[in-house]
Write a protein that binds this ligand. Structure first.
Ligand code: GLU
Length: 592
């Protein structure tokens, strides 16, 4: 997202990235969105994070070491979409064991959480989204730090402290505000403006920072260093955690907010016991087979693995072989809608494994594929399965467009696909005073009230429950070896973005850079498709003629990252060329 700043470059000089910042082999590529070569590859949304991960790979670290280093750096330079106040999902292919593992670092709700947690007791009505978001209520126990620790301990070769210390340097020396960063602050100015600690960092002089200015975060540097010295107990059971809990219980509302806020800022109920009890989970990855490839994804509490897997299975059960591009897009949109209907009805943190298995079975997909008419779009929303009942059901509400994603591979063939988030850009709007990191609002990913009519809703709040996610870090194997890895940000469009990249690459004959760059459209079982303008212009007329309906265009959907494993050990790293101000891809040894 941001080009490396002069100050960050100075910081990275200490790592061997001498000024000018791209002087060593491979590092010159951190400013590009595509890099091909071998010896290790990385793609993130941010050049500083990519450079940090690349440096670890260059020095013999593995993909997990590099992913943790890049993520810790993103916590500094992408503070509104990631960081130790949030959570995420980490998918790892271990080359030696030839197996895919996952870490569920999703935030958890308080032990006292009930299904009516987001219903205002005074009115009996659910809170308005922003009222729930900018509050202590929306904050789940963060899982990001525990994810890094778990990954580093199980599969890494370097202590977590080394990634934190390096990222602390970036926080101390600062990074440069670009247009995208300023846009994210501007979008959040009213929320940030309610809290002195958020204002002090991100609204200098009461307004969003000017492009080109430097943001330093010495509080975050000190927090990272304290954790590096004392371990993650300082966060989950110590002084940092106490400060977090205080901010949740007594939001430090400014006596001089920069603008009015329409809602009361409510306290939350997280306890020290909730924080201390936090543990990452290691669910088995989801697996679906698509045309001879094995597609591994994230299981519950994310719906990403089952939703992407089910849609791919529906596509595999559809007559695509001699189909045109528009036919294939028609099937892509229909498969996505059907899969979203099933996600809404069946998938939540506690969905039984047998139900998940059913959802990504070929048998289920065959039953759903029969609903698709090759020439006419189904009326949306469609009903959940099994089978292809044409009745409609209520659409699930949408969520935000934030989050960040990174993809890393090393020279041994290990691969990491990692998506992390605070939920909305800027989470709940609160920087923990004196600690420099922002809190998540992940609990607003629960449905505030039932969405499934008389059927039970699998994503209502509950004690210690994790909200359903759409994050879809995905690793595709061919003959048991990595073929492609990808993931994306974007709320529930994460699922459609990952699916569309796979369809572009595997069905539409695009190269990986083309598949990532191509204009996107998301059909999430809503009345209208949300599309980027270029998709709408190019395919809108023919798809509309088949009965598809387009909602208002989205300026952009999902800044993805990906790596493809090419012949003879080659690696092709791809980040967004344009979206979110463009990302940054690099390889250790660029192909000449
Ligand atoms: N909270 C969302 C999820 O877990 C991701 C946030 C976003 O990308 O807007 O699915």
């Amino acid at each position: 997202m941001r080009f490396i700043s002069a100050l960050a470059a100075v910081s990275l000089t200490t790592l061997g990235l001498t000024a000018p910042a791209y002087a060593h082999p491979g590092a010159e590529q951190v400013s590009g969105s595509t890099a091909s070569g071998y010896g290790g590859a990385i793609a993130t949304v941010d050049a500083t994070a990519t450079a940090a991960g690349l440096e670890v790979l260059r020095r013999g670290g593995n993909a997990v070491d590099a992913a943790v280093a890049a993520a810790a750096t993103l916590g500094v330079t992408e503070p509104f979409a990631s960081g130790i106040g949030g959570g995420g999902f980490f998918v790892y292919y271990d080359a030696r064991k030839q197996r895919v593992y996952t870490i569920d670092g999703r935030e958890t709700g308080p032990a006292t959480m009930t299904p009516t947690y987001f219903v205002n007791p005074a009115t009996g009505l659910p809170y308005v989204f922003d009222e729930a978001r900018v509050s202590g209520l929306s904050v789940g126990v963060p899982g990001t730090l525990a994810t890094w620790e778990s990954a580093a301990k199980q599969w890494g070769t370097r202590p977590l402290g080394s990634a934190l210390s390096t990222a602390a340097e970036v926080a101390d020396r600062g990074y440069t505000v670009d247009g995208e960063f300023r846009r994210q602050v501007t979008e959040n100015a009213a929320a940030f403006g309610q809290f002195d600690a958020s204002k002090a960092l991100y609204l200098p002089g009461g307004a969003p920072p000017a492009i080109g200015t430097t943001i330093k975060n010495p509080d975050l540097a000190a927090t990272y260093r304290q954790i590096a010295r004392q371990g993650t107990g300082a966060f989950y059971r110590g002084a940092i955690g106490r400060d977090l809990l205080r901010t949740v219980a007594q939001p430090a509302v400014s006596s001089s907010p920069t603008s009015p806020w329409a809602y009361p800022i409510r306290p939350g109920v997280l306890t020290a016991r909730d924080l201390a009890a936090y543990q990452v989970r290691h669910p088995a990855p989801t697996r679906s087979d698509f045309k001879g490839l094995s597609v591994y994804g994230m299981s519950t509490p994310s719906s990403g693995g089952t939703a992407v897997g089910e849609a791919l299975n529906i596509l595999e059960a559809s007559p695509l072989d001699s189909a045109t591009t528009v036919d294939k897009l028609h099937y892509y949109l229909e498969a996505s809608a059907l899969s979203f209907a099933d996600r809404g009805r069946y998938v939540g943190a506690y969905t039984a494994p047998s139900v998940l298995k059913d959802l990504i079975s070929d048998r289920w997909a065959k039953g759903r594929a029969c609903a698709i008419d090759p020439k006419k779009a189904l009326a949306k929303p469609v009903a959940p399965g099994p089978g292809c009942t044409p009745a409609t059901a209520a659409a699930a509400p949408d969520n935000g467009m934030s989050t960040t994603n990174l993809t890393v591979a090393d020279k041994w063939g290990n691969v990491v696909e990692y998506t992390l988030t605070l939920e909305q850009f800027g989470g709940n709007g609160m920087v923990v005073p004196g600690r420099g990191f922002m809190l998540n609002n992940e609990l607003t990913d629960f449905n505030f009230t039932g969405t499934q009519g008389t059927a039970p809703d699998p994503n209502l709040p509950g004690p210690g429950k994790r909200p359903r996610s759409s994050m879809s870090p995905t690793i595709v194997l061919k003959d048991g070896k990595p073929f492609l890895a990808t993931g994306a940000p974007g709320g529930s469009t994460i699922i459609t973005t990952v699916l569309q990249i796979l369809v572009n690459r595997l069905e539409l004959g695009m190269t990986l850079p083309q598949a990532v760059a191509a204009p996107r459209a998301a059909q999430r079982n809503t009345a209208g498709i949300q599309a980027e303008p270029a998709f709408h212009t190019t395919y809108g007329p023919e798809l509309t003629a088949r009965g598809h309906v387009f909602a208002a265009d989205a300026p952009e959907i999902g800044a993805a990252t990906a790596i493809e494993f090419t012949r003879h050990g080659g690696q092709l790293a791809v980040a967004e060329p344009v979206r979110r101000g463009s990302g940054s891809a690099a390889v250790v040894h660029p192909a000449s």
